[in-house]
Write a protein that binds this ligand. Sequence first.
Ligand code: UT7
Length: 352
Amino acid sequence: MIRTSILGIGSYVPDRIVTNEELAYLDQKHVRQTEKQTETNDEWIRVRSGIEQRHYVPNDGKWACSDLAKEAAVRAIADAKLQPKDIDCIILATLSPDIHFPGTAVFLQSKLGIDGEEGCACYDIRQQCSGFLYGLQMADSFVKTGLYKRILIVGSELHSHSLEYSTRGRDVMVLFGDGAGAIVVGPQETNDERAGVLYTKVQADGSGALDLYLKCFDIAKVPYLDYDANKTEENRDMWPTMNGKKVFLHAVRCMTMATNQALAATGLTWKDIDWFVPHQANLRINEAVVHYAEIPPEKALNSIMFYGNTTAATVPLTIDHYRREGKVKKGDLILSAVFGAGFTWGAGIFRV
Ligand code: UT7
């Protein structure tokens, strides 16, 4: 029986660390000013979200989402002991694409040096914080049907360019960071029902679509872009908007439900599972899920303290972080639960 194995993992965050303290002084170009630009502080951010710092790309205008994706992808491909040319499908999840179209996966393909007439399939998926598990489910199906044999799944986000560095934008701005995580999957012939990817289930509820969104443009309007980007007070369309309390409550409920469904569907218990890797949106959300789903707290892995919320990247980034620390080991069984804009959510159980 063909099952999907995780062959390699990699992640990347840019070098610049922005602490909570520094964040309050950054202007729209991420340059530290002498006066506070945003009424916020380290205590508020730590207490409400658990975040201590995040990483930002250089503000030289040279970095795009696909550059972060490339760094993580190169590491995951090397970890799988493969070459970029071995990849026959790319699935890239992001909410911060390089440009409106084409999708970011094709830019990544070029940056990996594998574009051209024999170029592999490239998919972009737009499922925000749930993008990695949506991608894993897609890749699992592709591998099991025999369509592709070496699939690169990347979650990559460049958030720092599209946040509003002001008191008006602070509820969203303090939460997000830049980063990318990637895995390579492929087929494994085995009768072991606990090998590779054991379970994925993803869901969505479109009634929450405008509880967390970034418009940038509205295609229903003529013209579809009708604001002056320099008049920041007058326009809101170019900044993210969130109904924080509603998102928080739905995240706790859906991630708890998805976790319990994953255990019920597979018949596994926390004795069988090595680590719980939740999406990293807010440490308080994850603590609540651990409480309600009765997860052994020592099995929960969080990295939001170091990276903030990197949306589609959080799951592979967290796994790779703790793998490099020696905590997560080859063959460990992970249960991951995610929730994000859309609303979208899901859970997966897989061996790394
Ligand atoms: O990846 C999935 C997407 N995101 C999430 O899952 C996030 C879900 N939501 C949350 O994590 C929380 O709702 C937040 C961390 C965003 C906010 O926490 P909260 O406890 O819901 O705070 P709040 O929005 O009720 O705001 C409380 C106060 C308000 O002031 P007043 O009205 O009480 O005077 C806000 O204006 O805190 C103020 N506030 C801030 N103060 C300092 C909001 N943001 C900030 C800030 N710094 N950054």
